[in-house]
Each structure stands twice: as structure tokens, then as C-alpha cells.
Design a protein. Structure first.
Length: 398
């Protein structure tokens, strides 16, 4: 018997007591050695797959009453070779290399909801193995208790069960090996961090030399405490502490990047430039371009037009192979407005547009092709794509 806390869960303990062979892998419970009938009317063994929900480090029983489960093997059939009711092709990635091809939804009439994992597993074992036993009475789904647990090496403090529930392990594996740098933790940069910290990237480096004051709290994700604001922490250190509660690979660099300190970006695989007032930004972008490090630059220019706010949000993609564009914050020269208006929802939208472009670059989202820039116009709600768009005055305050 395993000493794992998951093996001590009541449902799992009961399954082991009944001689089921279990594996825990990437937040999925896998029930091994399940007899079933193939389309060729042959008896074979497959595996049931059940995404597991956690509350902290404790397994939550199936309180939602979900009656869906996945199956690894050929199309499961009845004793006559006909597909069993409720079994349909629906790929669900367990890991980057293991996919369950079939989803089964076959709730017994006598059960309104499945209240435990044990109840669900036993019910579906019965659905799959009954036809197999009619062909071969010697088959069994309980070959002897077995438990194995594949170590979770993801860079999180607690388990990412969202990926398991959505079946996106193969997609999220594309973030592995990534070391992301975020330059500038103002409104937009902090929202970029909020999204990047929820992915499987190995490391996140935060660069900002400014302090975190009240006005920053009102255009950043989360809710800073009065005690935190009173201490006037450095921005990079403040957000590193906040998101280290979730992601384990975050490092704060409480200083500005200059042309003399570019070596700190030497190991970065992707950079978000969210500090429009960085004095050495052209040199920083040129240095990264020479090393073929992809960069996304964000900028925004918001102005008061007769008591209503209008303006532009800009995302510029500095990717290897794309034409070199002017910086988003300086493409039209000096900002003509006398104050830099920042609004939390626009900061968040600017960040989301940048994160979408990053995920497209990695192949996570489908894309018709790489674009050089995208411009969101507040007044019309239009998003225009392409390097020939008049970007207007855009600036993101640090």
C-alpha cells in the first residue's frame, strides 16, 4: 500500500481494498486493467481515466455529480461488437504523451448523481467489463491492489487541476522550458504576470525599479493590503511575493534594465516590454533582436475628450523574421497629452491582447499568421492588424 496522501483518500483506499490497480498521473486517476470488448469482438484490457479535483492538497469527491469519464483503448463495444451506449470519440489529454480517445457518459438509471469517485469507477467498470465477461468469464478488473504515482514536476505550489479537467496537458506542455522576462510591472505588466503565472513556464523574471504605491494598487490585479502599501515595497518584489504563492519559478529584480545590464536577459526565451519610459528601450530591443529573442511590446495612450476617455491600446510583436517596427510608445514622437491616464480595465485588456499574441507565437492558439502589431481603438471597439496602421501616441507608464 502506498503512503501517498492520495492513496489514503477514502474512495481510493476502497478501490485498493477491492483489488483495483491504480495510477495517479498529472492530476488524473487512472484505473488499469479494465476488460472490454473491441469492435472485432475480442476481449482486451483498457484504462479508465478520471480527472481529480483538489481543494488545496485534499481530493474533493465528485460533488458536482458529473457522470462523464474517459477511456484509453479501442472503441468499447458490447458482446456483439456494437459500440456501447454513451461512448463517443472525444480526445482528452492526460499528459503530453498520453491521450484518452473515448468519452463515456452512461449514468445508471438508479443513480441520480455519483457522489464519490469509488461509485463512479465501479459503475463504469461494470459497464465495460460485463460484455467482456459474457465472452470470457475469466476476465477481471481487479487483478490485485496496485498504486503508482507519477511525480508532478510542474512549477506550482499546488496542483493544476484546471488543466486536468479541460484535458489540455498536451497543449500546456508547450510552455515548458520557457523562461519569461517581464520588464515593467505597472498596470499592464502586472496583468501580463497574472496570466503568465498561470501557465507551465519554468521561470518568470520580473524587472522594475519603482515602488508600489496606492495608485498602482488601483490598476493592478488583486488587492494589496494597507500594510503592504505603507511599506512602499518595490514593484518587482511585491508581485514576486504575491505570485510566488502560486508559481514557484518567479524571481524579482528590483531595478531598471539599462544598456549596461542587458546580460540579465541572456537566458530569457521570451520578453514582454511593458515599460514605455525605459530610457534605453531602443538598445534593449536591438540587443534582443540581434539574439533572436522574441519580444512583445505593449503601449497605451488614453486621453480625456470632453469628459469621456478615448485612445488606443497597442501591441507590437518584435519576432524573429518580422519587419522591424518603431516602438509602440514612440512611433509618432512625443506624447502630446499632458498626463498619462491609466485605467485598470484598459491595462488588463492591453495585457490580454499581448498574452494572446504570445500564445499564438507558441502555437497554443490557432493563427492565420504572425502580425507585426495590433491596435485596439476605444472609440470604435475595432482591433486593426498590420504594420501600416497609424498607431497614434501610445505610452505605458512604469
Amino acid at each position: 500500500m502506498s503512503t501517498s496522501p492520495f492513496a489514503a483518500d477514502p474512495s481510493i483506499s476502497q478501490l485498493l481494498d477491492e483489488d483495483y490497480c491504480l495510477t495517479f498521473n498529472n492530476n488524473h486517476l487512472i484505473v488499469e486493467h479494465i476488460p472490454y470488448v473491441t469492435p472485432a469482438r475480442e476481449v482486451a484490457y483498457g484504462r479508465l481515466v478520471l480527472p481529480v479535483t483538489f481543494s488545496g492538497n485534499a481530493i474533493v469527491q465528485d460533488a458536482t455529480g458529473s457522470h462523464v469519464i474517459w477511456f484509453i483503448g479501442e472503441q468499447p463495444c458490447d458482446e456483439n461488437g456494437r459500440p456501447i451506449d454513451g461512448a463517443v470519440p472525444s480526445p482528452h489529454a492526460v499528459t503530453a504523451d498520453l491521450t484518452a480517445a473515448t468519452m463515456i457518459s452512461s449514468k445508471p438509471r438508479r443513480i441520480e448523481i455519483f457522489t464519490t469517485m469509488h461509485e463512479k469507477v465501479v459503475s463504469y467498470v461494470r459497464v465495460l467489463s460485463h460484455p467482456a465477461r459474457s465472452l470470457d468469464p475469466t476476465v477481471t478488473a481487479t487483478p490485485g491492489a496496485g498504486w503508482s504515482e507519477v511525480p508532478d514536476d510542474l512549477p506550482f505550489v499546488y496542483r493544476d487541476t484546471g488543466t486536468a479537467r479541460a484535458g489540455l496537458a498536451d497543449m500546456n506542455a508547450r510552455f515548458r522550458g520557457q523562461k519569461i522576462a517581464i520588464i515593467g510591472l505597472g498596470g499592464t505588466g502586472s496583468y501580463i504576470l497574472d496570466q503568465v503565472a498561470k501557465t507551465w513556464v519554468d521561470a518568470i523574471d520580473l524587472f522594475d525599479g519603482d515602488v508600489f504605491d496606492n495608485h498602482n494598487a488601483f490598476r493592478s490585479p488583486g488587492a494589496a493590503t494597507l500594510a503592504e502599501l505603507t511599506q512602499r515595497p518595490n514593484k518587482a518584489e511585491h508581485f514576486a511575493r504575491q505570485y510566488a504563492q502560486m508559481h514557484t519559478g518567479i524571481t524579482a529584480h528590483p531595478s531598471f534594465i539599462t544598456a549596461e545590464t542587458l546580460d540579465v536577459l541572456a537566458e530569457s526565451t521570451f520578453v514582454f516590454m511593458a515599460a514605455a519610459d525605459a530610457e534605453d528601450k531602443p538598445q534593449i530591443l536591438a540587443w534582443l533582436r540581434e539574439r533572436r529573442v522574441p519580444v512583445i511590446e505593449v503601449g497605451m495612450g488614453v486621453q480625456d475628450e470632453g469628459g469621456r476617455l478615448s485612445g488606443l491600446l497597442t501591441v507590437v510583436n518584435h519576432f524573429p523574421g518580422l519587419p522591424v517596427l518603431n516602438a509602440a510608445s514612440s512611433s509618432v514622437g512625443v506624447n502630446e497629452y499632458d498626463r498619462n491616464i491609466q485605467v485598470a480595465d484598459l491595462n488588463a485588456l492591453n495585457a490580454m491582447l499581448a498574452v494572446l499574441e504570445w500564445k499564438k507565437y507558441l502555437g497554443y492558439y490557432a493563427s492565420a499568421g504572425q502580425s507585426t502589431e495590433s491596435i485596439f481603438k476605444i472609440f470604435t471597439g475595432d482591433i486593426r492588424i498590420g504594420e501600416d496602421v497609424d498607431a497614434g501616441p501610445c505610452e505605458e507608464a512604469a
